[in-house]
Design a protein around this ligand. Structure first.
Ligand code: 26Q
Length: 814
């Protein structure tokens, strides 16, 4: 295969050539956007070449491959990470410098693909990077949303959502592959016939749309592996063609056209809150069916109809239940298209499917109304019914006569299709995303399945790609680390441990501190440029950034700031080290209470700014439109990472890992991966507070929690509640603070996330942290230990565990 060498001179020529050919401009005339595209297209050429070679190697190896099915991929900008993985960053920097251009100044021209809501989508993106870096053949599969997650504006302290038109200027990284287009059918009815003594099912009167794949290359770090992220776009099958082929049903045709127009239009912005929207169900089936049709077509090219060996050649990973229709769809394809028996099809399917759960919160568990499933996907529903019948029959053997129990384990029950039960019953592997979360799955929501087959269940702690979250996001620290412990950690993050002894090296601590200072200045500049707010880099930078949700307890943080403010106001001699509280969070557009929490935080910020003495010690900045690129500036600048979820509720958390890797010290509960951060750094290098998960669970069960008595006994909380009631904030819209107060003190379940219960312990932990911060050596040591111990949280380790315990794929050589 002829290959081109990409060296500095050829890169320069390529960039100039592209500007000339595509834009008809010289480098001096080019806009930043044009420059970005010319550079990105050059990087793309370099990746394409590797892609071809890698595909060739894969065909030769004929090995097993993972299809990672996820309805979200929160990618973030790709150029810098691609350059890092190609080991070409320095070369491009130099080439551009010689053309008079600063690489860093054109990176922000890239539109950010925000095809995800939060943790789950970002995890999928980190996994793609680690799969390629670990040289494991994989294809990521998802939807090509025309609009990603909404952009957040803050107007008068309130969230306003704006559309995210990310493909407006085109997407340099993707390539349409019309050769792999396929058709997806919805609606209609199932026609049952007997042919040669065998039942045959055919969908009649359905409406059909076409799925077109767009592929993006994903390069591994310092290797030759290039995987593919495939996003499926939709296209109407030309109604003219339909008519030409004798289908006179115009109504059906226009229905198809309509669906093709809307199905991939927008990412649903509700995370962990399930609503039975039929368009969402169609989105799920759309990308899953397209992926499986493609996967089977590939399989048949190599192995013909030898479907017995499908589980040796492909594994389908179901990222939360959103792609769970992969199970009945695989059954449908094997039975209706390939002519396999039910028994064969079920055996093969259940050996190809692996499932990860990301939440135990009841409101996020997907259950689709039977009627909707039946009318939207009639053949799939038939298969679900038969699967349910057989699963229940088998459950009866384990749990004779325990109908109630079986009812809760069933795929279909109480008029709903229970997607998590479908996944557990028909996957060969089920995993949680942290050790604690895995334990909770076994003990609670999947307990009855766990008892039957404990070997099916495992826990694999999440991770983050250290290439994006350290090498790309924090070049200052990366350089310092390279000069101190060598560059082995870039390939193997476990080597970050070599940093441990340097915590006791005063000269190193100074350098580490200087890097943090620079990163704080970089963030201060971003806040000024974007929001016109001046922040003082001498303040402690404290951050809580994640989706806005009651269980994540941004309200606990805000309530505590309110208390600090009152202490300052009430006591003229009160002092504390100046602290900047950063919030970054989008609320789901329909989550009213979450939006009121945003307002409260912003109103509190105003109160502080208006107070001469308080504003010398406290500052709140609510960062607008928190997204991946904002996180890349926030994480390296942060000194205190707030991880406040009610214990047992946050499956893992991954932001906690990003902060830690960049030297922030965690202030958090014993929840999700915080527990494992605690185990890595030891109790002296983390601030843990609050109830443990088992205590929370007991308190729920007992139903004895009365937050009112906490208010009675705690004067500081009482004062805040009085301020809220007295119209101290938003006096003209008293319903806002009344609602927040109500969520803590009123209703059937007051304070369901134990904000008030944990407040005392949280407040004490804050006192300790402020005390310790003033001992500079002690603080810097803690900070360094956090970076040094973060190697465990590289998603390379996570992916290796998935491969050892779940996928068992062969690594590609070279
Ligand atoms: C479901 C049905 C209908 C509409 C939307 C949804 C939906 C969408 C997104 C449900 C859940 C999500 C996202 C969940 C999520 O991000 N979970 C997080 O996953 C991370 C990666 O494992 C964990 O670290 C976090 O703890 C977990 O909250």
């Amino acid at each position: 295969m002829p290959t081109t060498i990409f060296d500095k001179e050829s890169v320069k020529r390529s960039i100039l050539g592209k500007l000339q050919r595509y834009n008809g401009v010289t480098i001096a005339e080019a806009s930043k956007q044009q420059l970005y595209k010319a550079v990105a297209m050059t990087v793309r050429d370099q990746m394409m070449q590797k892609w071809m070679i890698s595909r060739h190697a894969r065909h030769e190896a004929k090995g097993k491959r993972v299809y990672y099915l996820s309805i979200e991929y929160l990618l973030g900008r790709l150029m810098d990470c691609n350059l890092i993985n190609l080991c070409s960053e320095d070369m491009y920097k130099e080439a551009l410098a010689e053309l008079g251009i600063d690489l860093l100044s054109i990176l922000p021209e890239e539109p950010e693909p925000a095809l995800g809501n939060g943790g789950l989508g970002r995890l999928a993106a980190c996994f793609m990077d680690s799969l390629a870096s670990e040289q494991l053949p994989a294809m990521g599969c998802t939807i090509r949303y025309e609009y990603g997650l909404f952009r957040q504006k803050l107007i008068d302290g309130q969230q306003v959502e704006m559309p995210d038109d990310w493909t407006r200027n085109g997407n340099v990284w993707e390539m349409a592959v019309p050769e792999d287009a396929c058709q997806i059918q919805f609606g209609g009815y199932v026609d049952e016939k007997e042919v040669d003594g065998r039942k045959v099912f055919e969908l009649k009167d359905a409406y059909t749309i076409e799925a077109i794949p767009y592929d993006m290359p994903v390069v591994g770090y310092q290797n030759n592996c290039v995987n593919t992220l495939r996003t499926w776009g939709a296209r109407a099958i030309n109604s003219f063609n339909l008519r030409a082929f004798g289908d006179g049903d115009h109504l059906k045709a226009s229905e198809s056209e309509h669906l093709a127009g809307v199905i991939t239009k927008v990412l649903y912005p509700e995370d962990r809150h399930y609503e039975g929207k039929s368009l969402r169900l169609k989105q799920q089936y759309f990308f899953v069916s397209a992926t499986l049709q493609y996967a089977l077509k590939q399989f048949k090219k190599y192995y013909g109809n030898n479907f017995d060996i499908l589980p040796d050649k492909a594994v389908f990973h179901i990222n939360d239940t959103h792609p769970a229709l992969a199970i009945p769809e695989m059954m449908r394809l094997l039975i209706d298209q390939e002519g396999l028996s039910w028994e064969m099809a079920e055996r093969i399917t259940s050996r190809c499917m692996a499932y990860t759960n990301h939440t135990v919160m009841a409101e996020a568990l997907e259950k689709w109304p039977v009627d909707m499933m039946k009318s939207t996907l009639p053949r799939i529903y038939m298969i679900l019914e038969e699967l349910n019948r057989r699963v229940c029959e088998r459950l009866f053997l384990s749990y004779p006569d325990q109908w109630e129990r079986i009812g809760h384990m069933a795929i279909i029950g109480y008029g709903q299709v229970h997607m998590a039960n479908l996944c557990v019953a028909l996957s060969y592997s089920v995993n949680g995303v942290s050790q604690l979360h895995g334990q909770i799955l076994n003990d609670t929501i999947f307990h009855d399945y766990y008892l039957i087959n404990p070997k099916k269940f495992t826990a694999i702690t999440n991770g983050i790609t250290h290439r994006r979250w350290l090498l790309s996001a924090n070049p200052g620290l990366t350089d310092l680390l390279k000069e101190t412990i060598g560059d082995g950690f870039t390939k193997d993050a476990a080597k970050l441990e070599d940093l441990v002894p340097y915590a006791d090296d005063a000269a190193f601590r100074e350098k580490f501190d200087a890097v943090k200072k620079q990163n704080k200045e970089r963030l201060a500049k971003l806040i000024m440029d974007r929001q016109g707010i001046k922040v003082d880099p001498e303040f402690i930078f404290d951050a809580q950034s994640k989706r806005l949700h009651e269980y994540k307890r941004q309200l606990l943080n805000a309530l505590h700031i309110n208390v600090l403010f009152n202490r300052i106001c009430d006591d003229p001699s009160f002092t504390m080290p100046p602290r900047l509280f950063l919030f970054g969070a989008k609320a789901a557009p329909g989550y009213w209470l979450a939006k009121q929490i945003i307002r409260y935080i912003n109103e509190l910020a105003k109160k502080i700014d208006a107070h001469p003495r308080a504003s010398k010690m406290l500052k709140i900045v609510y960062i607008e439109n928190y997204d991946v690129s904002t996180a890349e500036v926030l994480m390296p600048a942060t000194e205190i990472s707030q991880q406040l979820s009610t214990a047992g509720k946050e499956a893992s958390g991954t932001g906690n890992m990003k902060f830690m890797m960049n030297g922030a010290v965690t202030l958090g509960t014993m929840d999700g991966a915080n527990v494992e951060i605690y185990e890595q750094v030891g109790e002296d290098n983390i601030y843990i507070f609050g109830m443990r998960a088992d205590t929370v669970e007991n308190l729920y069960r007992e139903g004895t929690y009365r937050p009112g008595s906490i208010v009675e006994n705690n004067a500081e909380i009482r004062k805040v509640m009085e301020q809220w009631q007295a119209g101290w904030i938003l006096p003209d819209e008293s319903y806002v603070m009344n609602a927040l107060r109500g969520s803590l003190l009123e209703g059937a379940v007051a304070d369901p996330y134990f904000v008030l219960k944990d407040f005392g312990s949280y407040s004490m932990a804050n006192l300790r942290i402020m005390e310790d911060y003033q001992n500079r050596d002690k603080w810097l040591k803690m900070s360094i230990i956090n970076t040094a111990k973060s190697g465990f949280f590289s998603s390379d380790r996570t992916i290796r565990e998935y491969n050892e315990r779940v996928w068992r794929i062969q690594k590609l050589e070279g």
